[in-house]
Design a protein around this ligand. Structure first.
Ligand SMILES: [Mn+2]
Length: 161
């Protein structure tokens, strides 16, 4: 079984990111859907410091990251596999007005059946247009998500800190 921590819209609240990395164990990856308002190295340092050496960090830029860009420039979209049967399209969502129809077109063009986004600060887990939409809500407000993948089956948990 593979476990992913998904968060978004941290808006500089590094201490909240630190706390969820303390609480959540056995993570394969940490996925951040934009509006960090932190340097990406500050997040990867926390993940490394807590001995999560096998844990990857995927992060994209949000609209608010334009004011305080990471030293290592973040991309606006990342595409990666979730197990053998799923592929995720990670975006902050502001370029699409967080519209599910527009994001699903972009995901389909990239062979993805999952869209992970942020921007709205609202938790979302729903299937539309053959695409699974996941939004962890704003970590700034204590909301995040755990996604588990086991032989093609996905389970989503809404968590709060
Ligand atoms: Mn935001």
């Amino acid at each position: 079984m593979t476990r992913y921590l998904i968060c978004s819209d941290i808006h500089g609240r590094k201490e909240l990111f630190d706390r969820i990395i303390d609480v959540e164990k056995d993570l394969s990856a940490v996925i951040v859907a934009g509006d960090l308002e932190l340097d990406i190295s500050e997040l990867t340092d926390i993940v490394m410091r807590k001995n999560r050496s096998g844990c990857s960090v995927y992060a994209v830029a949000g609209n608010c990251d334009a004011y305080r860009p990471s030293k290592v420039k973040l991309r606006e979209v990342l595409v990666f596999d979730i197990g053998k049967d799923h592929r995720a399209f990670l975006t902050h969502g502001h370029r699409y007005g967080a519209r599910e129809d527009l994001m699903s077109y972009a995901a389909l063009e990239n062979n993805c059946n999952i869209v992970i986004f942020g921007h709205t600060h609202c938790f979302c887990e729903e299937e539309q247009f053959g695409t699974l939409f996941l939004n962890p809500g704003a970590l700034k407000a204590g909301s995040y998500m755990i996604l588990e993948e086991d032989e093609g089956h996905l389970k989503v948990y809404h968590k709060r800190i």
